[in-house]
Write a protein that binds this ligand. Structure first.
Ligand code: UDP
Ligand code: MG
Length: 317
């Protein structure tokens, strides 16, 4: 009953840490196999997400010397989420369970042991949840936790402090393939699949080499993408705001007519200017927001492939 495990690691410019990661993973796999937790046929898959450094050369060399290592090369950079999907779908059905984890091993490997236990107990999805962020910088902790709070407030179905460290089984992978959206925000999609799920808590560690591939700009884009993929709340705010200003302008009309007929007609250019500026501003904001969602629809309608695999290693014995 030992499951065949596939570990999927998206890698973007990770030459500084890949050797260290691979050494650790292999030692960890040896232990798991010795303890009879996973099958000997388990594999480790590195997905090169169009790196501009030697990441792919390293992956190729690792795969050539170690049959446990599988490499997938994307034709260019498609982003973390798509790289992850590429690795999962490339080997769909060939393993019993799949765990996605970042290449920098900031997510504690030891959490994999309880994940597999929960899988053996029947869970189809096991979320890795960070309950200790003491090694994160204040900025990272603050932005990340604000992000999860905002997401919940906007009714996006995310698991608090869960990123992309999770176990899924074949059943989930099959269902995931039916989600055809181009802009896939995986951590929002998985909870909508349902099925039996569980959580494993762990401490987030420090990145030991290389730099974060998520600078502020990319982080914000990612957050915005998550929100607009799952929530129409921002558009609803605009609607509420529109209703409010409509009522306000009704009140204004009463006031204007009243002053006109009572005869106190001073040239109120200041108030006029203020109103024009205010309503122009809010109109632009509303149009911009609608544009955001329209843009999203435009991308989805085109239905371009999420990623293109240039080459990948076969699973050998
Ligand atoms: N990553 C990727 N493509 C990208 C950006 C990042 O595959 O365009 C990978 C990266 O190599 C790492 C993971 O996504 O394995 C998470 O990135 P990182 O550790 O830099 O993010 P952080 O932990 O700082 O949020
Ligand atoms: Mg990281």
């Amino acid at each position: 009953m030992t499951p065949r495990l596939l570990l999927v690691l998206p890698c973007y410019n990770e030459e500084a840490i890949l050797h260290l990661t691979d050494t650790r993973l292999n030692a960890f796999y040896d232990t798991l196999i010795r303890e009879n937790r996973i099958s000997r046929e388990s594999r480790i898959c590195y997905v090169n997400d169009g790196s501009r450094d030697a990441t792919w050369e390293i992956i190729e060399a690792l795969a050539a010397t170690n049959p446990r290592v599988l490499g997938v090369k994307l034709s260019r950079n498609f982003g973390h989420q798509n790289a992850l999907l590429a690795g999962l779908f490339e080997y769909k059905g060939l393993f019993d369970c799949y765990i996605s984890i970042d290449a920098d091993l900031q997510d504690d490997l030891n959490a994999i042991i309880p994940m597999i236990e929960k899988y053996n107990e029947g869970a189809s999805i096991v979320y890795g949840v960070r309950d200790d962020r003491s090694t994160d910088t204040f900025f990272k902790k603050f932005t990340a936790e604000t992000f999860y709070k905002l997401m919940r407030w906007l009714k996006v179905p995310v698991v608090f402090n869960h990123a992309d460290f999770r176990l899924i089984d074949n059943r989930v992978l099959t269902e995931l393939e039916n989600y055809r959206e181009v802009n896939m925000f995986i951590r929002g999609i998985i909870p909508t699949i349902g099925l039996k799920n569980d959580k494993v808590y762990y401490k987030r560690l420090e990145r030991e080499a290389g730099e974060t591939k998520y600078p502020l700009g990319k982080m914000l884009t990612f957050a915005w993408n998550g929100i607009t993929s799952f929530s129409i709340m921002p558009m609803r705010f605009v609607l509420w705001f529109g209703a409010f200003s409509f009522l306000l302008s009704g009140g204004m009309a009463v006031y204007v007519l009243y002053t006109k007929f009572v005869g106190v007609t001073t040239a109120g250019w200041a108030s006029t200017l203020l109103m024009i500026a205010f309503f122009n501003g809010s109109n632009m904001l509303a149009i911009g927001l609608i544009g955001e969602y329209m843009g999203k629809i435009y991308e989805e309608v085109k239905a371009r492939p999420r990623y293109i695999v240039e080459k990948s290693s076969p699973v050998r014995d």
